[in-house]
Design a protein around this ligand. Structure first.
Ligand SMILES: [Zn+2]
Length: 69
């Protein structure tokens, strides 16, 4: 099951959403509460590391760097 989370510049601030639709509903709620839309970004979560996005998980990047040696 793919997990989605909401990210700001500071990183993930909410996760454990399991569809894009669910994440978009939560994103809309944050924006309605006054968050800047560009500060609330939906990303796919890393399946292995809590609180990181799949696309730029530092843990996965460091692991793949080690594999190259
Ligand atoms: Zn990871």
């Amino acid at each position: 099951m793919t997990e989605y989370g909401l990210f700001s510049d500071e990183g993930c601030f909410e996760a454990q959403m399991y569809s894009v639709e669910e994440a978009e509903v939560r994103r809309a709620e944050y924006i309605a509460e006054g968050e800047e839309p560009e500060d609330v970004v939906i990303k796919e979560m890393c399946p292995d590391h809590e609180g990181e996005s799949r696309a730029d998980c530092p843990e996965c990047w460091s692991e793949s760097a080690e594999d190259d040696e």
